[in-house]
Design a protein around this ligand. Structure first.
Ligand SMILES: Cc1ncc(COP(=O)(O)O)c(C=O)c1O
Length: 428
């Protein structure tokens, strides 16, 4: 660590709330799939800002869009119309391929907050009340899920560690096992109003919902009058080699009622978005409304969500994914990486699709760690020292989330660093 880096670290120790136990490196710049620290050491970035930097670092199309829009209009508030927000909304609706509307926010937690509020509104105004007259309000989510760090987000998240110390949580969430349709069926009660699911769980360790399970959830939702809400914040907008992550699992016939996006949508510029389906629902008081028009003026909002700068940048990112064939690249490089990873000694299983890959470490690494550190953390640190950035997902899983334009050569380089690192760390 250089004097400069030590100085940066000191700034954090003194002035930044310690919500993260950060790796001992100060990143200073990036280019493509690479980043450099303050001391000039180069890393291959297979974390991509936790599935955010879809075009890698400093992509010229993104820089050009940021520069052009910044000179024109950075922010106005949502009291006015702006062209980039309208155009991005149209693009996202086209990507889903079904009629709907978009609510813009700034992060994944906020994109989920919007669907949670929508479900409450739907429960209050459009679903038959309980016998005692109170509205339906309960949302089912899945074991190991992750839906963000706001109070609603941690209440929805089925991981004890994010909830500890924050009671009372927001009422109205029930967690059920993934891929167990019977358990879901049993868990649905008169209080239930929606099901929220990540088609592939990211933070929880890269666990995919099955084709049959997702189709079964749709059937259950239709049967019981519940909303099916997909959290595609980590797996959506190209990461699985498909604009719509769930379509990579089930194909076109499944249409959700809402989709939450963030992370990759802005390629690193903060933005969240929620698609809400155009689907007729009835008010209890009489009269019909489309689900996408249920959140009326005054019911929800944000000062920043969907600024011209964020939306123009996101449009450039999405157009670049299209023009550079990056959905196909994500699929090809992901398939290749998965095949090669499965042959490396010391790896128990490789899960995921496209460029959302979970590498489960073999039993021989189970004893690594101690003092609150997991085997995956220890390996991720050594990978970093060896020049590869990756992200833990659970105690024994390493996540690879390279930019969607990663090359075959870079995947090979990552594979070789991982093979060497596992060899170094293998207990002898
Ligand atoms: C599936 C999922 N939902 C929600 C979130 C929260 O997003 P943010 O950190 O942008 O609030 C995340 C972040 O990791 C996520 O992976």
């Amino acid at each position: 660590m250089t004097i400069n880096e030590a100085d940066t670290r000191k700034l954090f120790e003194e002035f930044v709330v310690p919500t993260y136990s950060r790796y001992n490196v100060v990143l200073a710049r990036g280019q493509g799939s690479r980043v450099w620290d303050e001391a000039g050491k180069k890393y291959l970035d297979f974390g991509a800002g936790i599935a955010v930097s879809t075009l890698g670092h400093a992509h010229p199309r993104m820089i050009e869009a940021l520069d052009r829009q910044a000179r024109q209009l950075i922010h106005t508030s949502n009291l006015y119309y702006t062209r980039p927000q309208g155009e991005l909304a149209r693009k996202l609706v086209e990507i889903v391929g079904a009629e709907g509307k978009i609510f813009f926010s700034n992060s994944g937690a906020e994109a989920n907050e919007a669907v949670i509020k929508l479900a409450r509104k739907f429960g209050n105004e459009c679903s038959a009340p309980l016998k005692n007259g109170s509205p339906r309000f309960e949302i089912l989510t899945f074991d190991r899920s992750f839906h963000g760090r706001t109070m609603a987000g941690i209440s929805a998240t089925a991981q004890e560690k994010v909830k500890q110390g924050f009671t009372p949580l927001l009422a109205g969430f029930k967690h059920v096992p993934l891929n167990d349709l019977r358990a879901v069926e049993k868990a649905i009660t008169a209080e239930s109003v929606a099901i929220l699911i990540e088609p592939i769980q990211g933070e929880g360790g890269i666990h995919s919902a099955s084709n049959e399970f997702l189709l079964g959830l749709r059937r259950l939702c239709d049967h019981h009058g519940l909303l099916l809400m997909l959290d595609e914040i980590q797996c959506g907008l190209g990461r699985l080699g498909n604009w719509c992550g769930w379509k990579e699992i089930v194909g076109d016939p499944l249409l959700p009622d809402t989709i939450s996006w963030a992370k990759g949508i802005g390629g690193g510029f903060p933005l969240g978005a929620t698609w809400i389906r155009k689907k007729p629902v009835r008010y209890l008081t009489g009269g019909a409304v489309d689900l996408c028009d249920l959140l009326k003026p005054g019911t929800h909002g944000t000062t920043y969500g969907g600024t011209p700068l964020a939306c123009a940048t996101s449009l450039a990112v999405l157009e670049t994914i299209e023009q550079e064939g990056l959905l196909q690249n994500a699929r090809d490089q992901g398939d290749y990486a998965k095949r090669q990873l499965s042959t490396l000694p010391g790896i128990k299983e490789v899960r995921g699709m496209g460029l959302l890959l979970g590498i489960e470490l073999g039993e021989e690494f189970a004893a690594l760690g101690g003092e609150g550190q997991t085997p995956s953390h220890v390996i991720v640190v050594r990978l970093m020292q060896n020049g590869l950035l990756s992200v833990p997902a659970g105690p024994s899983v390493i996540r690879w989330l390279p930019p969607l334009n990663v090359s075959r050569g870079e995947i090979d380089e990552g594979l070789s660093i991982l093979a060497r690192t596992l060899d170094e760390m293998r207990p002898r």
